[in-house]
Design a protein around this ligand. Structure first.
Ligand SMILES: Cc1cc2nc3c(=O)[nH]c(=O)nc-3n(C[C@H](O)[C@H](O)[C@H](O)COP(=O)(O)OP(=O)(O)OC[C@H]3O[C@@H](n4cnc5c(N)ncnc54)[C@H](O)[C@@H]3O)c2cc1C
Length: 406
């Protein structure tokens, strides 16, 4: 018997957070277990707020992607007969009285803002609550270690999880579309499944992922699944199951393994955020290290707008500002440059990427920034990238830089 069957009050109100899909979903996949299901989403306070440096915490491009996801979800819920409400803030939720006498269900989120919102929602609700942790690939009820004893660095974490095979099971594997187009940056479950189909079975790019993953030009050097994973339009376990199916039916090689390896990096940061909470967002990071930095707005703005004079950094920042996207290679370089070349507070950079990145996720963003700043999980004291050397190595013929700087 699964835990959902144990819910006594079968009248459910489900709070959608980063689980914006109807397939492979704890509640929606089991609609028949309930007598009544209503659902809601509440925007976070940051949705309309400005960062002290005067940029929006959530850029227009992020808002568009999120709203596309919510619209698709609303349409799918309508077909399933689930009444869905979107609130601008917790006050509106309160006024709606939607929570009354029902069991509240939701996926847990561990960022500071997300926890604050959870506290505010729970204050409005006196009935039973049922929560689940289905954001990660690892099965959180079956970890091969206690969370507080989890390995502090990635390699032993990955090895332990790999050995124990503690992966979460997909509830119901969503079918992939028959035909795919290469890439449609649109929020929602359908575009997510389209991309998965394309990246695996239609283009077979997955089979060369290890060789292409450091690329910066085009949309095919990596899976590009992160925006949909961030909103839960697709679950990590569904991606995993299809990779394993691909390995069993088409080819299993270093590249297919490497995509799973990257999903485990994602899990590593998710679990570390659960463990360390608010220190993820503080200057000294989880190491609580004392570090010095400048708070120079002029230099920061040059970085933000892609006017530093370093052409690799500038090209990447311009791509980010124009599209809401940057490759992993680009992210490492712009972060290192801001921290180690300009000497600026890493949290300013992390906040700006939070604002702009369509795939923003608190654990992945702040975890990676901490890592490069040397206050996170890296066994090395810090990671400085030589941006000139990186440009030579990864963009020798300047195709990428010319694309964004000319
Ligand atoms: C400074 C910085 C900030 C970042 N901010 C974010 C963020 O806000 N949201 C986000 O999803 N990722 C973030 N990343 C991680 C990584 O850059 C992106 O996940 C990746 O580039 C997304 O592209 P993809 O889906 O094609 O990834 P692939 O290369 O195809 O990898 C597959 C999946 O594995 C996961 N993954 C890969 N690399 C990492 C990593 N280093 N850390 C965590 N998960 C990873 C992602 O879910 C990704 O979709 C950041 C990295 C850096 C260096």
């Amino acid at each position: 018997m699964n835990a959902v069957n144990g819910i006594k009050n079968k009248s459910i109100v489900h709070w959608f957070r980063n689980d914006q899909r109807v397939t492979d979903h704890e509640i929606l996949s089991r609609l028949d277990d309930f007598t009544e299901v209503t659902a809601f989403y509440v925007h976070q306070d940051k949705y309309t707020a400005l960062h002290p440096l005067n940029f929006e915490w959530v850029s227009k491009k992020r808002k568009i992607f999120l709203n596309e996801s919510l619209q698709e979800l609303a349409a799918k819920l309508d077909v399933l007969g689930v009444d869905f409400h979107i609130f601008n803030n917790v006050k509106e939720l309160h006024e709606s009285a939607i929570l009354k006498t029902k069991t509240l269900t939701y996926q847990r989120c561990y960022g500071t803002e997300e926890r604050k919102q959870e506290t505010a929602v729970l204050k409005l609700h006196s009935e039973a609550v049922y929560t689940f942790d289905h954001f990660t690939l690892v099965d959180q009820n079956n970890l091969p270690f206690e969370l507080h004893q989890m390995p502090k660095t990635f390699t032993p974490f990955k090895n332990k999880v790999g050995e124990s095979g503690a992966y979460s099971k997909t509830i119901a594997l969503p079918p992939l579309p028959k035909n795919s187009i290469s890439f449609e940056l649109k929020g929602g479950e359908n575009p997510a499944l389209n991309r998965l189909k394309y990246y695996l079975y239609d283009s077979h790019h997955i089979a060369t992922y290890k060789e292409t993953r450091n690329g910066m030009v085009g949309t095919d050097y990596s899976s590009r699944l992160s925006p949909w994973l961030a909103l839960g339009n697709i679950s990590a376990r569904t991606v995993f199951d299809y990779i394993v199916h691909y390995e069993n039916t088409i080819v299993s090689n270093a590249s297919t393994y490497w995509l799973i390896f990257e999903l485990l990096w994602r899990d590593f940061f998710q679990l570390q955020l659960q463990l360390h909470g608010n220190t993820f967002f503080q200057k000294g990071g989880i190491q609580r290290k004392v570090i010095s930095s400048k708070q120079d707005k002029h230099l920061f703005e040059q970085w933000m707008y892609g006017h530093t004079g370093d052409d690799l950094v500038d090209a990447n920042m311009r791509e980010l500002n124009a599209t809401g996207w940057m490759s992993n290679r680009g992210r490492q370089n712009v972060a290192s440059y801001l921290i180690h070349d300009l000497g600026i507070d890493w949290r300013w950079g992390a906040a700006y990427l939070e604002s702009q990145l369509i795939d923003y996720d608190p654990a992945s963003n702040y975890g990676n920034w901490m890592y490069i700043a040397g206050v996170g999980h890296d066994p090395r004291p810090f990671r400085k990238f030589n941006t000139k050397g990186q440009a030579e190595r990864y963009d020798a013929d300047k195709t990428y830089r010319n694309l964004w700087l000319k």
